[in-house]
Structures are given as structure tokens and as C-alpha cells.
Ligand binder design. Structure first.
Ligand code: NAD
Length: 293
């Protein structure tokens, strides 16, 4: 069993750290918010007084932080405190440039580095059923995979450093576009007098169907567990989708890729969030389409 330094014990990090404890690892956790350390400590995580002390003597370091700037500043602080050969796993969703920068920083200091963003949300973090999209060398992946296995179900090696973040940005951009298309179709069908259940039955077994429709149907009724049945309580918050679409557009700009629908999806989510719906599920984008005077 490994000694793990875990930095960032928020909505996702706390349950992920708890799953490492359940798997028998010794986990030392740190967060800048003292209450979040207490929440994790109640689940068996040992409290560390600083990020450096969480990392010192650890075999593995996991970070689960809000954005690239936080990951860069934590790596600046802790890489020097870790022993050569420590496995650094960053599971935050961050921009590809920051992922590559911290990857290079850790690798140059003799560490194994993986970017390993996740899909599956807080429910997946609690159930240890997250999907991990990993970027890094084959050696880093081999070193990190057994630890990640205690926090997730699907672990995919996507390529070199940064490839996990690229996969995450591509996936979430496609999801947003699919959700908006689904919401447009469901709204148009209803306004032309079609029963949503009937349209769902057709689309879910036809070429217009999608993962977004069958799992997160934006109309109440056809998919009982979808957020539309629960006043659009997330699920996956529109705020986080907006963040991910911003990262996808940064990546597209850097690559010179044309992503006209990704850009349009970003604007739709910006409007949704500006209208006060940032804390609602991302499927609430349908409310912008179906609003009537
Ligand atoms: P969160 O805001 O709940 O947690 C982030 C934690 O990092 C907070 O507790 C914060 O205090 C801590 N933190 C910030 N700066 C720090 C520092 N310098 N040192 C130590 N701790 C620091 O966010 P979350 O929902 O847990 O998400 C974490 C990451 O996972 C984000 O990148 C997010 O985009 C991604 N993600 C979230 C979800 C989700 O459904 N919540 C799903 C997939 C991916």
C-alpha cells in the first residue's frame, strides 16, 4: 500500500481521497480551506498542515484543484519537497498548456507525471466509478494506474503529457453540442405538438439519438433520473460546462482547429450562466430555447 499526499479536498477531492483510504492507502490531505480538511479527516484522511508536508515522504501525489493557476502554484511549492520517482497525478480539469508545463516541471525533477482528469462528477467520485483520461509516459501510467484504480472504473491512457486534458476537452465540447442539439429538437417537437415521450421513443432508437438524450434527457418524463425531473438540480453544473468549453476553445485556438459549434456552445452556456443558471444542471440550456413571453 502507498503513502499518498492529496491536495485539494473539495467536492471531488474529499470522496476520492476517502476511496484511497478505503483501499488501504495512507492518505495525507491538505486544502487551503480548513473545513474541507476536517471533512476529509472524518473519512480517514490524515490532516497535513501544508501541501509540502502532505507531499514529503509520499510515494504518490494527487492534486484535485479548480484551475491551471492553482495546479501551477501547488507544483511550484511541492515538487522540490518530493523524493525523486514520486508519482504525480493531477486530476483537475485544466488547460492543456498548464498540464504540459507542470508535466515538464515534474518530469525534469525526476518524477513520474500524469495528467488524469475525470468524468463522472461527485456521484462518480463517491462511488469510485470515475473515468480517468491519462496523459504521460507508459512508465508513469504503469506507476499511477494501480492507485487510480481505487478511485475509478475506466482508466484510459490517451498519450503523452497533456493528452488526458485534450481528451477531456474534446469529450465535453461534443457533449455540450449534443445537449444543445437535443434540446433544440425536443423543444421544436413539443412546440409542433409532439408528446416528448413519443419523440424520445423515436430519437432514442433513431439516428438523432445520443448519450446526452438517453442519459440526460432535458425534458422531464422519459429518463426518470435526468435533472429535468428535479428542477435541473445538478448533475453536472452549467458553470462547470462553461469552464470546460472555455478550455476547449483555448485548445482549439492553440491547435488552429475550426470548432464553430464548440464556439457557439460556449456562447450559449455563457448566456445561461449570465442569466443566473450557473448552479443548474447543464441540460437547463433547454430553458433558454423554450422560454416564451
Ligand atoms: P472544488 O472547488 O469543490 O474543490 C477544489 C478544492 O481545491 C477546494 O476545496 C479549494 O479550497 C482547494 N484549493 C484551491 N487552491 C488550493 C491550493 N493552492 N492548495 C490546496 N487546496 C486548494 O472543485 P471540485 O468540484 O472538487 O472540482 C475539482 C476539479 O475537478 C476542477 O478542476 C473541476 O473542473 C474538476 N471536475 C469537477 C467535476 C464536478 O462534478 N464537480 C467533475 C469533473 C471534473
Amino acid at each position: 500500500m502507498a503513502t499518498v499526499g492529496f491536495i485539494g479536498l473539495g467536492n471531488m477531492g474529499a470522496p476520492m481521497a476517502a476511496n484511497l483510504v478505503s483501499a488501504g492507502h495512507a492518505v495525507r490531505g491538505f486544502d487551503v480551506v480548513a473545513d474541507n480538511i476536517e471533512t476529509a479527516a472524518a473519512k480517514g484522511v490524515t490532516k497535513a498542515p501544508s501541501a509540502r508536508e502532505a507531499v514529503s515522504g509520499a510515494d504518490v501525489v494527487v492534486t484535485m484543484l479548480p484551475a491551471g493557476q492553482h495546479v501551477r502554484s501547488v507544483y511550484d511549492d511541492v515538487v522540490a519537497a518530493a523524493a525523486s520517482g514520486t508519482v504525480f497525478i493531477d486530476s483537475s480539469t485544466i488547460d492543456v498548456d498548464s498540464a504540459k508545463a507542470v508535466h515538464a516541471q515534474a518530469s525534469e525533477a525526476g518524477m513520474h507525471a500524469l495528467d488524469a482528469p475525470v468524468s463522472g462528477g461527485v456521484g462518480g467520485a463517491e462511488a469510485a466509478s470515475l473515468t480517468f483520461m491519462c496523459g504521460g509516459t507508459a512508465d508513469a501510467f504503469a506507476a499511477g494506474e494501480p492507485i487510480i484504480a481505487s478511485m475509478g472504473k475506466r482508466i484510459i491512457h490517451c498519450g503523452d503529457g497533456g493528452a488526458g486534458q485534450v481528451a477531456k476537452a474534446c469529450n465535453n465540447m461534443a457533449l455540450a453540442i449534443a445537449m444543445i442539439g437535443t434540446a433544440e429538437a425536443m423543444t421544436m417537437g413539443q412546440e409542433l405538438g409532439l408528446d416528448p415521450q413519443t419523440l424520445f421513443d423515436v430519437m432514442s432508437t433513431s439516428s438523432g439519438g445520443s448519450w446526452a438524450l438517453v442519459n440526460h434527457c432535458p425534458v422531464a418524463g422519459p429518463v426518470p433520473q435526468s435533472a429535468a425531473n428535479n428542477d435541473f438540480k445538478p448533475g453536472f453544473a452549467a458553470d462547470l460546462m462553461l469552464k470546460d468549453l472555455g478550455l476547449a476553445q483555448e485548445a482549439a485556438r492553440a491547435a488552429g482547429t475550426a470548432t464553430p459549434l464548440g464556439a457557439a456552445a460556449l456562447q450559449m452556456y455563457r448566456m445561461l450562466v449570465a442569466g443566473g443558471a450557473g448552479a443548474k444542471d447543464y441540460s437547463a440550456v433547454i430553458q433558454m430555447l423554450s422560454a416564451r413571453d
